[in-house]
Write a protein that binds this ligand. Structure first.
Ligand code: FAD
Length: 363
């Protein structure tokens, strides 16, 4: 198929330039993109030129999906919850503890270990904090009763960090002690940068009190992370290393894909060379291969590290990691408070636009 109307070609070039710019400046170009699309639609109606041809051209250049993804990320808050729920099902085990238990059993049968997460964050009342604590302690008991190979992950804002720091500390302390009595482990997820100092302080304080069955998370996109890692390895910390999911300011975070990857591998090297246990939390082939190389170079045993992935993401790659002889842990979230988590997951899915469109028009 060829483009017969010159306007089509001019517009394609124009749009391609915009797409290129928008890849550089993620948020600022949405307005331009909308205007460009509106302009194109108006021209198509006025001149009756082939919109299909235009779409075909974009499809060949593999730009339609990234473009639609950008538009949908901007429009995300306006997408009905029922549509988000339909598409986000793959990322969560369900709403009840029994759903989480069932899923972890399935994973364990495939030699995959898990970390269970009771969904929820940023609680507003002390009563909610109490509910979350009870919920996490029930998970820990179920893991024991059902002989699952799983630990738990949780967020400090779930335990009232934004209400009262002492409340959050005393609550997590009870959870970590409960886990210790049951022979289990608690991972403290890392949230946005307003919580980094408090989260690291809580972790160090727990360790200072002799509670060693706990670990923390480091985000490779933060400029501060190298200093944080260097401090953590001194006390033999157990670290999950990830890229980081929150939209932080360029004044405190790396924004480029490759610079985040480079920092990830640099931090991974520091952690491993200092003999600390690490959860290598990524679905990025570049980082998985980089980790393989490092593991081989340092001659590590598989008990010294684990890979980690999220439920519903890159399952073939996950199975390949198991076949390659490494340990892998899957993050298994469940609960009523699924929206915030699912929204973050969906927005980093390169095929989000396709899934949302399918949910609206096909289901
Ligand atoms: P990306 O470049 O984002 O992804 C690589 C490839 O994986 C993509 O090209 C795509 O093919 C696929 N992919 C990735 N995400 C999805 C998706 N949602 N749906 C479909 N395909 C996808 N971040 C925090 O800030 N704090 C935490 O505590 C935290 N804990 C985490 C725990 C685990 C176990 C994992 C795996 C991640 C965690 N993250 C956390 C999220 C992390 O920071 C990244 O945002 C996320 O893992 C995506 O980065 P990536 O390394 O997989 O690379």
């Amino acid at each position: 198929m060829s483009i017969v109307i010159p306007e089509g070609q001019i517009f394609c070039t124009f749009t391609m330039s915009i797409i290129k710019i928008s890849q550089l400046k993620d948020n600022k170009c949405n307005l331009v993109l909308y205007s460009a699309l509106l302009f194109r639609a108006s021209v198509a109606i006025l001149t009756r030129i082939s919109l299909i041809e235009f779409c075909y051209y974009l499809a060949r250049k593999e730009v339609i999906m990234p473009l639609l993804n950008k538009l949908i990320v901007t429009a995300f808050p306006y997408i009905p919850k029922v549509i988000v729920g339909q598409v986000a099902k793959r990322y969560i085990a369900g709403v009840a503890l029994a759903d989480g238990v069932r899923l972890v059993k399935k994973l364990n049968n495939k030699k995959i270990i898990a970390t269970m997460d009771l969904l929820g964050e940023d609680v507003k009342t002390v009563a909610e904090t109490e509910e979350v604590k009870k919920g996490i302690l029930s998970i820990l008991r179920s893991i024991k009763e059902e002989t699952l190979v799983s630990n738990v992950s949780m967020k400090l804002t779930q335990l009232g960090l934004k209400i009262n720091k002492d409340l959050a500390y005393s609550t997590i302390r009870m959870i970590v002690e409960g886990a210790q009595n049951l022979g289990n482990f608690v991972r403290i997820d890392m949230e946005d940068a307003t919580t980094t100092d408090d989260t690291l302080a809580v972790y160090q304080h727990l360790r200072g009190e002799g509670l060693n069955n706990t670990g923390v998370v480091i985000q490779a996109y933060l400029h501060r992370s190298e200093a944080d890692v260097r401090a953590l390895v001194k006390s033999g910390a157990n670290i999950r290393l990830c890229k980081g999911i929150y939209n932080e300011s360029p004044s405190i975070a790396y924004k480029g894909r490759q610079e985040i990857r480079d920092n990830f591998l640099k931090l991974l090297r520091i952690i491993l060379e200092n003999g600390c246990y690490v959860g290598i939390a990524t679905h990025d082939d570049y980082l998985i291969e980089g980790a393989y190389t490092l593991i081989q170079k340092l001659g590590l045993k598989k008990e010294q590290y684990e890979f980690q992935m999220l439920l519903g993401v890159r399952e073939k790659r996950r199975d390949q990691i198991v076949q390659d002889g490494h340990r892998i842990r899957i993050y298994v979230p469940f609960g009523e408070q699924w929206y915030a988590y699912s929204s973050r997951r969906l927005q980093e899915n390169p095929q989000m636009a396709w899934y949302i469109t399918k949910a609206i028009f096909i289901h």
